[in-house]
Design a binder for this molecule. Structure first.
Ligand code: NDP
Length: 282
């Protein structure tokens, strides 16, 4: 019998705890916590993500500062904005909603100081994660670790297979699992025997971006399956990378899409912003 890991409920519980911590912080430090969110252009999905982030800020008591730049914005305008926020004491976290329009360069992101890199994407933060020292951890993989923690799932000694090696999900996910003493295999589009690799997984994390790609024959009996994917199926319905209906019966735990990893990501962004404010006092 499988258990569905309810990301929505876990995220809600973390947000409630966090709201209390933030109230306490603001009282003791006599200052607000600020998150700057920059959106360039009018990508509809990005607009929804930004809206949800602003809403989450309100919910936990973080002050949000939204900057909407048009598709005409130049690289210099974006970089000047980031630099001014980098020097602004009211701002504890700077988030540039990705993807940027193709004509702008990601090198603007390098201007975000590590201390305000609440996405955990900077080379320093990723390097520190590899060294297993204190760092800001990318929100989605951090959220996955919190879900495993909430379910009291032991990671130590387990075979973990991460499918996907992006800098924002797959790689930090693999590193976190390794730091938690799992034996980790990372698969990608050039992996030859993907099915056999996945079959070895006690913990299988899929972050590919292909609807229902992970099928029941790829999953070991009793596996813990974490589905990071956010895709549309043939009917335009939101679905994960995992063929949930057919895979679930083989699992001990499985995350749904929607309502699994998704709600955890924004929650960990709020958490990272809070941590950044706490560190700014030291
Ligand atoms: P990327 O496109 O950056 O990376 C996808 C990875 O999957 C790549 O490493 C790629 O391999 C690998 N891959 C693609 N096809 C295959 C295949 N057939 N077999 C094995 N590996 C394959 O995506 P992201 O990491 O940014 O996102 C992954 C998914 O997670 C997406 O659906 C995205 O929407 C979702 N997502 C969800 C979040 C949430 O909050 N729930 C947050 C962030 C992302 P290679 O490197 O060889 O190209």
């Amino acid at each position: 019998m499988y258990k569905i890991i309810d990301g929505k409920a876990i995220a809600q519980s973390i947000r409630e705890e966090l709201a209390e911590k933030i109230t306490e912080f603001k009282k003791n430090a006599a200052r607000d916590i600020g998150l700057a969110v920059i959106l360039v252009g009018e990508n509809p999905a990005s607009q929804i993500y930004v809206h949800n982030k602003i809403k989450a800020c309100e919910e936990v008591g973080i002050k949000s500062f939204a900057y909407y730049l048009t598709e005409q914005a130049t690289q210099k305008e974006l970089e000047d904005l980031i630099l001014s926020l980098a020097n602004d004491d009211k701002i504890n976290g700077i988030l540039v909603q990705l993807p940027l329009p193709a004509y702008l360069s990601d090198k603007a992101l390098k201007l975000i100081p590590d201390s305000k890199d609440v996405d955990g994407f900077s080379a320093n933060n990723i390097g520190k994660l590899c060294l297993n020292t204190q760092s800001t951890v990318a929100c989605t993989p951090y959220g996955v670790m919190k879900m495993l923690e909430y379910e009291n799932i032991e990671i130590k000694g387990k075979n973990a297979v991460v499918v996907g090696r992006s800098n924002i999900v797959g790689k930090p996910m693999a590193m976190l699992l390794l730091n938690a003493d799992a034996t980790v295999t990372v698969c990608h589009s050039k992996t030859k025997n993907l099915k056999e690799q996945c079959q070895k997984a006690d913990i299988l994390v899929s972050a590919i971006g292909k609807p229902k790609f992970i099928t029941a024959d790829m999953v070991k009996d009793g596996a813990i399956v974490i589905d990071v994917g956010m895709n549309r199926d043939e009917n335009g319905k939101l679905c994960g990378d995992v063929d949930f209906a057919n895979v679930k019966d083989k699992c001990s735990y499985i995350t749904p899409v929607p309502g699994g990893v998704g709600p955890m990501t924004i929650t960990m962004l709020m958490y990272n912003t809070y941590l950044s404010a706490v560190r700014s006092l030291n």
